[in-house]
Design a protein around this ligand. Structure first.
Ligand code: GDP
Ligand code: IMO
Ligand code: MG
Length: 421
């Protein structure tokens, strides 16, 4: 029997999960997404091309790999159909390599409208949602109103769709928000037809069969630990369980079948959308990180907020996920910084703490430890030994603080720009 390994983000998303899954895929036969939806944007670079995936697992490009969209994911048929079309145009055999859980919930056109109406009504207090309908869809899931992928095969599907849509139209009366369902709805039903071309499966049975057969399975997370519905910076979070626990509910994998947990973090921090970010920089250093790191959202194109590495948040995420191996991304973005800072504690109301407080608001003042930057180009380095001493010191400090080894260091967006230890 083999266990399911997990790749997940330890910060506020966009850590580089797409790249890492693509790099690790040759070691796996199955890649499965367990939560989130098209709010995710996972970028992959190889052979001079860049791809961004939103719903499809990042193992789709490697031959012979099966990719599963698990029950914990929410699917917008329009976005999924577009992704499929693009990949097929590039010669990727999506149909032969992608399967979709019957129990994954569908994002309706009206879920997107409710998302937009709700955000607009919050004014300055808005979450900064990607407006893909994620929150309203998970609300209907837990509220026991949702439509699932398996429902599209029912003769009563259109009826059930109309009934949920009518509920949403009622809800929308509470908002002063103009909308037009028709254009998106047409595309949506076309997307449903695309879905019907694919194997719609009882993925929990299949995954457990694979576990028993000894197949190597990798679960791919979306978003990041600090956006988790329970443990993130609530209410500025997403609506799913982004932590390792989400693998159990989002794929039907028992806790004792979880193997390695690869926790991914950037050598600094970013966040897109609103919400607390204790180490955020508003100066030239933050601007420089954004410029060099090309920190613009893969889904929305919004500029990402940038700041120093936050060890308080990172240790919290390592603890909550049971991380067994760390993967540090975008080390190359810091090449040109004479001094690096890492928040090792927070000052909250005059008290110093290394635990994430209940309210992660503006009253937090990070306590920084400074490190000497390496100030050289590491982009072409492929072995750990060749790393400058300052980078090794930075990495070893993170290992000491977290108690977890850093097994991979990424030094560029390309598949090849990866240092394995
Ligand atoms: P994900 O959502 O976690 O998959 O991450 P995104 O794809 O949204 O954002 C990560 C961005 O950083 C993408 O544009 C990647 O191509 C890029 N990237 C990944 N690893 C590295 C790295 O080591 N160095 C640099 N400079 N860019 C990287
Ligand atoms: P990947 O998988 C970064 C953020 C949004 C917003 C909040 C809620 O690419 O790392 P939602 O659309 O879920 O209602 O938005 O969460 N967010 C992400 N930030 N990366 C993501 O995904 C994100 N998915 C959602 O910006 O602040
Ligand atoms: Mg992303």
């Amino acid at each position: 029997m083999k266990k399911v390994d997990v790749v997940l983000g330890l910060q506020w998303g966009d850590e580089g999960k797409g790249k890492v899954v693509d790099v690790l895929t040759p070691n796996y036969q199955v890649i499965a997404r367990f939560q989130g939806g098209p709010n995710a944007g996972h970028s992959l670079h190889f052979e001079g091309k860049k791809y961004v995936l939103h719903t499809i697992p990042s193992g789709i490009f490697r031959p012979g790999t099966l990719n599963i969209i698990g029950n914990g994911v929410v699917i917008d048929p329009v976005i999924l159909a577009e992704e499929i079309k693009k990949l097929e145009a590039d010669g990727v055999d999506v149909q032969g390599k992608l399967q979709i859980s019957k129990k994954a919930h569908l994002i309706l056109p009206t879920h997107r409208i409710i998302d937009a109406a709700s955000e607009a009504s919050k004014g300055a207090g808005k979450i900064g949602s990607t407006l893909k309908g994620i929150g309203p869809t998970y609300m209907d899931k837990t509220g026991r109103n949702g439509l699932r992928v398996g429902d599209i095969l029912s003769d009563h599907f259109t009826e059930r769709y109309e009934s949920l849509k009518a509920k949403h139209v009622e809800q929308l009366k509470a908002y002063d928000f103009e909308y037009d369902i028709a254009p998106y709805e047409k595309e949506w039903f076309a997307g449903i037809e695309t879905l019907k071309r694919f194997s719609i499966i009882e993925s929990e049975h299949e995954i457990n069969r694979f576990i028993h057969e000894g197949k190597a399975i990798l679960a791919e997370g979306a978003q990041g630990s600090m956006l988790d519905i329970d443990f993130g910076t609530y209410p500025f979070v997403t609506s799913s369980s982004t932590l390792c626990a989400g693998v159990c509910t989002g794929l039907g994998v028992a806790p004792n079948r979880i193997g390695d947990v690869f926790g991914i973090f950037k050598a600094y921090c970013t966040r897109v959308g609103s919400g607390p970010f204790p180490t955020e920089l508003f100066d030239e250093d933050g601007e420089k990180m954004r410029r060099i790191g090309m920190e613009f959202g893969a889904t929305t194109g919004r500029p990402r907020r940038c700041g120093w590495l936050d060890m308080v948040a990172l240790k919290y995420a390592v603890m909550m996920n049971g991380v067994t191996q760390l993967i540090m991304m975008k080390a190359d973005v810091l090449n040109d910084f004479p001094t690096l800072k890492v928040a090792v504690a927070y000052q909250v109301n005059g008290q110093q703490t290394t635990e994430l407080p209940f309210e992660t608001n503006d009253s937090i003042v990070p306590v920084y430890r400074e490190f000497k930057g390496w100030q050289c180009d590491i982009n072409d380095i492929r072995t750990y030994d060749e790393f400058p001493a300052e980078l090794k010191t930075y990495i070893e400090f993170i290992e000491q603080e977290t108690g977890v080894p850093v097994k991979i260091v990424s030094v560029g967006p390309d598949r090849e720009a990866t240092v394995l230890r």
